[in-house]
Write a protein that binds this ligand. Sequence first.
Ligand SMILES: *Cc1c(COP(=O)(O)O)cnc(C)c1O
Length: 376
Amino acid sequence: MIPFNVPPCTGDELGYMQQAIASRKICGDGQFTKKCNAWMEERFRARKVLLTTSGSTALDMAALLCGLAAGDEVILPSYTFSSTANAFVLAGAKLVFVDVRPDTMNIDETKIEAAITDRTRVICAMHYAGVACEMDAIMDIARRHGLLVVEDAAQGVMSSYKGKALGTIGDFGCYSFHETKNYSMGEGGALVVNNEKYIEKAEILREKGTDRAKFFRGQVDKYTWVDFGDSYLPSELNAAYLWAQLLKADEINNDRLASWNEYNEAFRPLADKGLVQLPVIPAGCVHNAHMFYLKTRSLAERTELIRFLKERDILAVFHYVPLHSAPAGLKFGRFAGEDVYTTAESDKLLRLPLYYGLTAEDRQAVIQAVKAFYGC
Ligand SMILES: *Cc1c(COP(=O)(O)O)cnc(C)c1O
């Protein structure tokens, strides 16, 4: 069986986890958390990075830090994971879904402005498959309308847009280190705070509402409860696992890109014949091979292809059911404008096995099976 995903493991994880245990500090914000935060701050040129318990809680933190009031509106794509939307529901906001572009499946930046009302406060851009949204246009709209920008860069660790790391362009960026992502800690994530104004607030929110971060830096002589907060610190055991992965980030990235490029080359003849559509990487975007997808010609064809691959022991999977048509989407939001591409394009999208360590043999088996399905 060729699985769809295998959680990344470099072999060095256990050693670092043992070090964490030996240091007798396994709660949050120990040496491994600090190493991971500092590594990302330097590598991504990020103002502040804080490891969190998940990508979802990084989004929750970002949404809470936006300081929304009941009835405030947040613009986001409908083609995304439920966590993107949940964060803003938690913060009390109304969701306003905007259509995606068919080429990248990212929010269509040209349709955002028409969705803005006098209650709009935030634009949330999700970088699908680690390929950047059109951030220059989005940042320009946000500046002109006085809106905050949250990047859901859960899939975009190690990707960039015009030389800037994803997650470092908006006011906040959110990463995920779930086992399905390029780099993992089992469950985990990180909040990137790019807007200086929110750094101290983020530290307080993350540490149960206390100024404990300041205390540890020696900036106050005792720590106290200063604001609303929650607990978003991951355990050092998880951070130690992630540390092993970050040290091999380039190796993991190159391995994934090699698989992605091989798929892309192999399926080009199918695309040239109009049998499938391949992912588009716009100019200025450097991606991280988070995902390789094909688009079939119809939902029925996709269902057939999934079945065909499964019969050959290959697990290929579709992706998001658009949020605006889901029960919670109907309850918490509305679609602004027309759903031209969100539903139609999501129906045709199929993700192929792609993970760190996918063997050349398995890659070829996937390629040959897809080609056989199309009689090529
Ligand atoms: C994975 C993912 C999340 C959630 O991350 P978790 O670490 O699983 O909580 C949020 N948004 C997107 C787009 C994701 O792909």
